[in-house]
Design a protein around this ligand. Structure first.
Ligand SMILES: [Zn+2]
Length: 147
C-alpha cells in the first residue's frame, strides 16, 4: 500500500515560500531542505514544532520540541500531535521514544494519536542533565572528586 496523499499548496503560503504545504487541510508543513521525505511541521510555531518522515506505508514523528520550558506539560505537545493525526487520519504513525518522552507517547498512543512506539528498550536522550534518562550515570563518582 502506497500512501496516497493530498498535498496541496496553499495559495498565500506558496507565494511566500513554495516549500510550505498543507496535508489533508492541516497547513504548516515545510519541506526539509536536505532530507528526502522529511517535513518540518511549523503549524504550532513559535510554541512547538516537530519533524515527520513520510514513508511508503507509515509516518514517523521525531524531534518534537516545545520551546518554552514553561509551556511543557500544558498540552501543547499533544495538540501538535493531534494535528499530525488530522493530517494523516488513516496512516500508521509511529515514534521512537527516549526514556523521558515515553510516558508522553504512551498517552498519545492510548488516545489514538499515534499507532505504535517502535522501541521497547531503554534509550537515554542526548541531554545529560535529564534525570529521567541519566539517573544511573556514574555522575556520582565524577562529582565526588570535587566534593
Ligand atoms: Zn531524557
Amino acid at each position: 500500500m502506497k500512501i496516497k496523499m493530498k498535498i496541496k499548496n496553499e495559495k498565500e503560503e506558496t507565494e511566500t515560500n513554495p516549500r510550505v504545504v498543507s496535508m489533508n487541510g492541516v497547513s504548516g508543513f515545510w519541506k526539509h531542505p536536505r532530507y528526502e521525505n522529511c517535513w518540518i511541521y511549523n503549524g504550532r510555531m513559535p510554541t512547538s514544532n516537530c519533524w515527520i518522515y513520510i514513508n511508503d506505508n507509515d509516518v514517523q514523528i521525531l524531534n518534537v520540541m516545545v520551546y518554552n520550558p514553561e509551556d511543557r506539560k500544558c498540552g501543547f505537545g499533544s495538540q501538535m500531535i493531534s494535528d499530525i493525526r488530522l493530517a494523516f487520519p488513516q496512516i500508521h504513525i509511529w515514534v521512537d521514544t527516549w526514556n523521558c518522552s515515553r510516558p508522553f507517547w504512551q498517552k498519545m498512543k492510548l488516545r489514538g494519536m499515534i499507532n505504535s512506539i517502535a522501541n521497547d528498550y531503554s534509550w537515554p536522550c542526548a541531554n545529560t542533565t535529564c534525570t529521567t534518562c541519566h539517573e544511573d550515570r556514574p555522575d556520582y563518582s565524577r562529582r565526588s572528586r570535587f566534593d
